[in-house]
Structure formats: structure tokens, C-alpha cells
Design a protein around this ligand. Structure first.
Ligand SMILES: NC(=O)c1ccc[n+]([C@@H]2O[C@H](COP(=O)([O-])OP(=O)(O)OC[C@H]3O[C@@H](n4cnc5c(N)ncnc54)[C@H](OP(=O)(O)O)[C@@H]3O)[C@@H](O)[C@H]2O)c1
Length: 369
């Protein structure tokens, strides 16, 4: 296998180093905007040098972002090259373009590192769906949020102080919005649901609430009621079709989710035969993530393509009702008061997320039953 590697940052450099020790594949060209010298690969600045190289059969995209990643990815597939990417935003946003395109061209597309970094989550979903119907997917999919929430819970520290510490340690970006507003988790649960259920979720029908409004007083309220707050994603089959959402959730202190420390992930599927299966590990980091990119390359070598057949676009139906902890000007029915906050009567997930859009200064967390 001859590989054109696009992007030489955290993930790309890790992929390059792991492949250097292998005999079944070789990185022959690296697309990098900076001047670099590599002992065994040619550094190029123009993607066409990779695209038009007939020796290169597989492109690894590790640049991130949507553009030009999408243009490069679709050009590679159209040129008959396999594509392996760690970019969840890319595959989630352009699912309807990339997955059918790879199938049409008869080339392989894989993105295991995009959800769960080093955890073989998508490849296990692929195996799972071969022998059973998957009922539910989701869990803790963002290490930055988990690091912040875990530290606030254990130390009682406030949100900004914990975020700054996470940034200092490299667990949070200088601009943390994609992580703390739940967008990264949103991409991951949409992609996981699409693969688990063989559908293509309409993205705007999947609501997301993040953790950036949480305070130390909220966390103290949760502790007093035996609860721990985690950012939890959910995708599941319902009587109406499928529901999917991302929201802070108050889990019981004794649950596996409550015990997830630091920047780890815990991702779960519930299958009709296997019941609950959970996967714990490093959701990010150079070598864990690069490890799964290389796993995908080995899978491509053995003939594996995308994890599930492409399924038609589908609206999420979030009429399911849950109780919520709300700090803000909630005017609906209330069952309890926790400090300054209230516990709502059961309310539809779609309704409370619509309310949050009108009241962006509020903080809410679902109460896990
Ligand atoms: N880091 C992780 O732990 C992790 C885990 C799972 C998934 N991912 C995903 O993996 C992808 C890459 O993440 P990363 O952490 O490796 O990012 P990164 O460290 O910022 O690396 C991206 C690299 O791509 C380069 N690049 C961007 N646009 C380019 C272009 N047009 N042409 C050539 N090079 C270009 C960047 O160069 P400049 O710096 O010069 O812009 C940078 O070196 C993202 O989609 C991310 O979501 C990352």
C-alpha cells in the first residue's frame, strides 16, 4: 500500500511514525504547508502531487476542518483512491456525499479514529451490527468535557479555573467552544448512529447542549443528591424511528459513567442480543489516535470498506420526555427545588432544547432514570 498523508500535526506525524516500522504499507508523500525533510517520504505542498500520483492508492486525511479537507477527500475517492480519515466533522457533515461516493467508486472509506480516538468503537459497531440489531449508542465521547466535569466534581473548583487548567495541560484548545458546547460529541453521536442504525440523521434534528454554563454551585447541588454530571450523547431506536441528542446528564454516583476519570471516554452500545457493551479508553492523543488510523489502513488492505451500508436521510424524533435540572427562567411545571435551580416535570427533549435556544444563559442537565 502506498499512502499520501495529508496533514502532519498531532495525528499525522503519529501515523507516519507508526507506518515507518511496517513492511505492508509506506507513506510516499506528505502534504504539509511547512518546510519539512523526511528520510523516506517526499514532502509536498500541493495536493495535486498526491492526487495525480498513480502509485498512491490510499489517502490519509489528518488535517481537520471541512475545507479543503472535503475537496481533497472527494477528489481522492473520485480518483479511485481509498480514504482513511480521523476527521469526525468531515465525515459527519458530508456523510451523504462521501459514503455513497466511496461505494460508487468501489473504494474503501474508513474513519475509526474519528469517534473515540484510540478506542476501536466504530470497528466494533461494524462487527456488532452484523449479528444483531443495535438499540442504542452513546455515552462519554469528549475527553475535554470529561476532564472539566471530573475535576469540578472531585475538587469543587469553578468552571473557568478548571478550563484554564485543562488548556495548560493540553486537554482543551485555546478556543474550546467545539468541545465544551458539545459540537464534537454531536458529530460523534450522529456518525455512530448512522453506522449503528444504517441511516443518515438530519443533523439539524439532533439538539445539543454543552457544559459551558455549569457552576461550582450546580456541582454541589448534584453531589448533595448523589448525582454526577457528565456530557452524555444518546442515539436510539424508538417506536417512532430514532432519537438522538447531546446534553449534560446527571447520572447516579454508582454508575460506570460517574466513575470515568480525567480525559477518558466511555462509549456504549446496547444490542438486542449482547445487551450493554461499553468501551473505555483514550479518546484522543497522538499515538492512540494514530493507532486507529493504522488499524483502518490494515483493514483496507484486508478489503474492508465502510462500516455499514448507506441509509436514507432520517429526522430524529425527540418527543421522549425526561426530567431536567434547570437553572434559569424556567416557567414550566416544577417538581422540586435544588438550591437556586428547579427539577422540571417530564418534558420532551425537543421542547426543552428549543427553550434553551431562547434562553442561552440557562444551564440544564437531564436526570438519568
Ligand atoms: N488530536 C487528537 O487527539 C485527535 C483525536 C481524534 C481525532 N482527531 C482529528 O484528527 C484531525 C487532525 O487533528 P490534529 O490534532 O492532528 O490537528 P493538528 O495538530 O492541528 O494537525 C493538522 C495539520 O494539518 C495541517 N493542515 C491544515 N490544513 C492544511 C492544508 N490545507 N494543507 C496541508 N496541511 C494542512 C496543519 O498545518 P498548520 O498547523 O500549518 O495549519 C497541521 O499540521 C482532526 O480532524 C481532529 O478532529 C484528532
Amino acid at each position: 500500500m502506498k499512502i499520501g498523508l495529508c496533514g502532519f500535526g498531532v495525528v499525522g506525524r503519529g501515523v507516519y511514525e507508526i507506518i515507518q516500522k511496517r513492511h505492508d504499507m509506506q507513506v510516499t508523500k506528505v502534504l504539509c504547508l511547512e518546510d519539512i525533510q523526511l528520510p523516506d517520504a517526499q514532502a509536498v505542498k500541493d495536493f495535486n502531487d498526491i492526487l495525480n500520483d498513480p502509485e498512491i492508492d490510499t489517502v490519509v486525511e489528518a488535517m481537520g476542518g471541512l475545507h479543503p479537507s472535503f475537496e481533497f477527500a472527494s477528489a481522492a475517492l473520485k480518483a479511485g483512491k481509498n480514504l482513511v480519515t480521523s476527521n469526525k466533522a468531515l465525515v459527519c457533515t458530508f456523510y451523504d456525499e462521501l459514503v455513497p461516493l466511496a461505494a460508487r467508486m468501489g473504494v474503501k472509506l474508513r474513519c475509526t479514529a474519528a469517534v473515540g480516538g484510540g478506542i476501536g468503537w466504530l470497528s466494533e459497531l461494524e462487527r456488532s451490527r452484523r449479528v444483531q440489531k443495535i438499540q442504542q449508542v452513546g455515552g462519554i465521547m469528549n475527553g475535554t468535557c470529561n476532564y472539566i466535569l471530573d475535576n469540578m466534581t472531585r475538587k469543587g473548583s469553578d468552571y473557568m479555573e478548571t478550563l484554564r487548567q485543562a488548556q495548560k495541560l493540553g486537554y482543551a484548545e485555546a478556543n474550546p467552544a467545539t468541545d465544551v458546547e458539545g459540537i464534537d460529541t454531536w458529530h460523534k453521536v450522529i456518525l455512530s448512529s448512522n453506522i449503528a442504525f444504517g441511516i443518515s440523521l438530519e443533523k439539524e434534528s439532533v439538539p445539543v447542549a454543552g457544559i459551558s454554563r455549569i457552576t461550582a454551585a450546580d456541582v454541589e447541588n448534584f453531589r448533595a443528591h448523589g448525582r454526577v454530571c457528565k456530557l452524555i450523547s444518546t442515539g436510539k431506536r424508538t417506536e417512532q424511528g430514532f432519537s438522538a441528542y447531546v446534553q449534560p446528564t446527571l447520572v447516579d454516583e454508582g454508575t460506570p459513567e460517574a466513575a470515568v476519570p480525567l480525559n477518558y471516554n466511555l462509549i456504549t452500545f446496547v444490542g438486542e442480543t449482547s445487551d450493554r457493551m461499553s468501551f473505555f479508553g483514550q479518546g484522543a492523543g497522538r499515538y492512540p489516535t494514530a493507532y486507529n488510523v493504522v488499524q483502518d489502513l490494515v483493514d483496507v488492505l484486508s478489503g474492508k470498506g465502510f462500516y455499514a451500508p448507506y441509509g436514507a436521510p432520517q429526522q430524529a424524533d425527540n418527543s421522549e420526555t425526561l426530567r431536567y435540572y434547570v437553572r434559569g427562567s424556567w416557567a414550566g411545571e416544577v417538581t422540586e427545588h435544588w438550591g437556586d435551580a428547579v427539577i422540571t416535570a417530564p418534558v420532551a427533549v425537543s421542547d426543552i432544547h428549543a427553550w434553551l435556544k431562547e434562553n442561552p444563559e440557562a444551564f440544564l442537565a437531564a436526570i438519568a432514570e
